[in-house]
Write a protein that binds this ligand. Structure first.
Ligand code: G16
Length: 540
């Protein structure tokens, strides 16, 4: 490893003195202007991780749901999952090192992780459609090559497609072909197979309206559409031809504002969905005859998926262990429905797909979704092999159910939550069950809820415990929240610092709209009252 060459090259990607950024919920995220050095250094780190794991590592340049002027980067580990936590710490250390300390920090990681410098390294790179992404991905590649790593630049990809590519390459093709063609074929073959089983929907008359957040999802859906057209037509809105990325549209906007995106033509009963900027999240919605908007978020998606998978297992006669993983944002009604009606065990983890994914791996079948629409289902290797064998061996209804489950296993992107894959899963389930979007929505009634972003001087003053449901610091905050919440029926509220934006997030739910408006505002304002100068919450 030529550390002198690294130092020389790094001068072209110099770190602004004193700028400290942290590897957050989904990597580094901030205004794109501050990211050049981070990209170069993540190229370096990816090479070390690849040498250490003797596997292909992914680097995705995206800031997902953040505004267009932001950007970000995250590393993808060998099985397509998020970077291991100990390496997140290395990432933060490497990103924070002043120029002169860079070789020292790199050498320390090499020693600590027993990286063999002679080992070869292979990195795959993808990027979203932000104006800054192309140049920043070149900086990643600069970091990769200066350390002697080889690379393949996929160019424009959705985040979950990059996760898929990494998983394919490290499974020697067992998971699929590591090309866009391979991705499109794997998913659409499974989808079209499933749609043939649906009594009224295999005729190509099914359609859904998709808000693509003016992001990469539009390009990739256009690229893929003809593969699954037999089973589904997609009508694209906010496809990036005009309008800014994630601006007044996209899954994050729809979920947090609880209203339709701008630019979507919605008629009562139309089935609509929104992707986010890098197409790793999806939420559904419709409006009723009275024009009222109804959101179907990640919790209802998890419920639809887990109950359908459970039904299939029952038909096949397999008693497997299914679990659902959620976060503190999960609506209380969804958790109650899953536990009490569906009799499915539910677990709560911290926000961030890496936490949910990890927990879901503990089950034969683990379904995980954040309320914001980020999630998928995971099948253990043993379950996948067994179901695929049963699909060939069993006949009649049992065989049909086993073949359907085998197709669903292929249709889910098991490397990461994937808006395209999830949309196809949902469309297939609705068609197979003959469910309308209204019937799906009626499975249970969400408790009214609201989420606020609060801008504060330093969000790190807030720390949390109990899967982010309780604030530990600053002192007195949790007690104040408890006092407010106990005044309302079935009420719950929490605050946590965001790991992707410079804000504090406030969530509250209760049994009536008045209650939740009052409680969220009060929780949001908590800390400003009586201590204006040192308040945790400045304004919102
Ligand atoms: C990322 C993570 C999600 C997380 C979201 C918000 O989503 O992948 O797991 O829920 O950020 O995180 P936070 O509340 O910490 O800002 P995305 O779609 O932006 O990559």
């Amino acid at each position: 490893m030529d550390l002198e060459a690294v130092s020389k090259r790094s001068a072209f990607h110099a770190k602004p003195q004193g700028l400290i950024l942290q590897y957050g919920t989904a990597g580094f995220r901030t205004n794109a202007q501050h990211l050049d050095h981070i990209m170069f250094r993540m190229g370096l780190l990816a090479v070390l991780r690849s040498k250490q794991t003797r596997s292909t590592i992914g680097v995705m340049v995206t800031a997902s749901h953040n505004p267009e002027e932001d950007n970000g980067v995250k590393l993808v580990d060998p099985l397509g999952e998020m970077l291991a936590p100990s390496w997140e710490e290395h990432a933060t250390r490497l990103a924070s090192a002043e120029e002169q300390d860079l070789p020292k920090v790199l050498a320390a990681i090499v020693e600590r992780e027993a990286v063999d410098p002679q080992q070869t390294a292979f990195i795959v790179v993808g990027r979203d459609t932000r104006p800054s992404s192309e140049k920043l991905s070149q900086s990643v590649i600069d970091g990769v090559t200066v350390l002697g790593g080889q690379f393949h630049d996929y160019g424009l990809l959705t985040t979950p497609q990059l996760h898929y590519m990494v998983y394919c390459r490290n499974s020697e093709g067992r998971y699929g072909q590591a090309t866009i063609e391979g991705y499109c074929q794997k998913l659409s073959r499974a989808f079209v197979e499933l749609m043939k089983q649906a009594s009224c929907s295999g005729d190509g008359s099914r359609w859904v309206k998709v808000d693509c957040a003016n992001g990469i999802g539009a390009l990739k859906l256009k690229e893929m559409e003809h593969y699954f057209r037999q089973g589904l037509s997609v009508l694209l809105f906010n496809d990036g031809t005009e309008g800014r990325l994630n601006h007044l549209c996209g899954a994050d906007f729809v979920k947090s504002q609880q209203k339709p995106p701008q630019g979507m033509a919605m008629k009562p009963g139309d089935r609509c969905c929104s992707f986010d900027g890098d197409a790793d999240r999806i939420v559904y919605y419709y409006c009723d005859a009275a024009g009222r908007f109804h959101l179907i978020d990640g919790d209802k998606i998890a419920t639809l998926i887990s109950s359908f998978l459970k039904e299939l297992l029952l038909e096949i006669g397999e008693n497997l262990n299914i679990g659902v993983v959620q976060t503190a944002y999960a609506n209380g009604s969804s958790t109650r429905y899953l536990e009490e009606v569906m009799k499915v065990p539910v677990y709560c983890t911290k926000t961030g797909v890496k936490h949910l994914h990890h927990k879901a791996q503990e089950f034969d079948i683990g379904v995980y979704f954040e309320a914001n629409g980020h999630g998928t289902a995971l099948f253990s290797e043993a379950v996948e092999a067994r179901i695929k064998r049963l699909a060939q061996e069993l006949e009649d209804e049992k065989g049909r159910a086993a073949r359907m489950l085998a197709s669903f296993i292929d249709l889910f992107n098991q490397a990461a939550g994937d808006a395209i894959s999830d949309m196809l899963v949902i469309e297939a389930i609705l068609a197979l069950k003959g469910l309308s979007v209204q019937q799906w929505d009626a499975i249970y009634a969400d408790l009214p809820n609201r989420q606020l972003k609060v801008k504060v001087a330093d969000r790190r003053v807030i720390s949390t415990t109990d899967a982010e449901r309780q604030a530990v610091t600053p002192p007195g905050l949790q007690e104040a929240i408890n006092d407010l919440v106990k005044k309302y029926k079935l009420a719950r509220a929490f605050v946590r610092p965001s790991g992707t934006e410079d804000v504090v997030r406030v969530y509250a739910e209760a049994t009536s709209q008045v209650s939740w408006d009052q409680s969220t505002d009060r929780v949001g304002n908590q800390g400003t009252q009586g201590r204006s100068k040192h308040s945790v919450f400045g304004s919102h």
